[in-house]
Design a protein around this ligand. Sequence first.
Ligand SMILES: Nc1ncnc2c1ncn2[C@@H]1O[C@H](COP(=O)(O)OP(=O)(O)OP(=O)(O)O)[C@@H](O)[C@H]1O
Ligand SMILES: [Mg+2]
Length: 295
Amino acid sequence: MAATAISFINIKGGVGKTACVVNIGAILAKKHKKKVLIVDLDPQSSSSLWLLNPKQYIKHTQNNCLSVKILFDDRINGNHNFQFDKIAIKGVPISLEGNPHIPNLHLLPASPRLFITEDEIYRNKESLYFEYLYLGLQPYYNKYDYILFDCPPNMYSITKNAIFASEHCIVPSVPDFLSLAGIKILANLLRDFTSSVNTEYSGRPVTTISAAIISHYRSNVIDQGTQIGELKSKFLQLKDKRLISPNAPVLEPSIRLCAAVAASTSEHLPVILHKPRANGAIDYQKLTADFLKYF
Ligand SMILES: Nc1ncnc2c1ncn2[C@@H]1O[C@H](COP(=O)(O)OP(=O)(O)OP(=O)(O)O)[C@@H](O)[C@H]1O
Ligand SMILES: [Mg+2]
């Protein structure tokens, strides 16, 4: 059976997209024994920096040799250099002794040079530019239970490639006014893009927002409860306007602001391995159980 492919998107930056991909991916693989591929599509390379040790990161990004950028380069330049088995790191993160902590968690790393890919796709002016990623990864869909795309904070060409390659979009958000305002803009942009795709010809599903996740939740700040209420009512309004899927949940629980999650990035570990008893580890495990009810 083909993987369930999900893009984690938000035009707003710093809302927990990468943290969700890394931690949900790790829990699906470690606790629920799923085969998971994380595809890092952000030139910032946050999930690659998080899950790889510095040596591995340099190996995979230096001279742009072993990253997902090659997949895009092939499509743009007509090359055949993308070798999934060479580029995907099978079993991340790696322990100090050199063994994979989670053998069934795989990573297709990003490269900062993906910034150039955006320009190249634009200059190339090919009408089906948004199919590149799906066409490159299609042969590997049946090797995984889940493919999770960590997207940059925009709706440019690379994000559109992720959406086309996905059945679902999940929107991580933080409970504040500007983030909530951004969800409506995002839902409209997503609808504009998906309605421009000829699904009959492409055979791909019409991707919609299938869930939201609240991150960076501070339970001691009264206003946060109000913002979460606003998010839920915004979700209902967007469902009425058919801008998001009618069954889309706000996954529970909200992920609390937690120092251990932030600290786990520089330890190159998902929080369940870094501090298994921290609030962030507990929240992400419960959230992943909720995720499994829907996906
Ligand atoms: N639950 C949490 N508690 C505390 N810090 C967190 C939590 N989740 C993420 N962070 C930190 O917040 C910052 C933003 O998180 P993250 O990188 O996941 O967001 P993002 O949406 O992927 O950002 P970008 O749009 O830049 O890709 C990071 O420094 C991360 O370490
Ligand atoms: Mg990110």
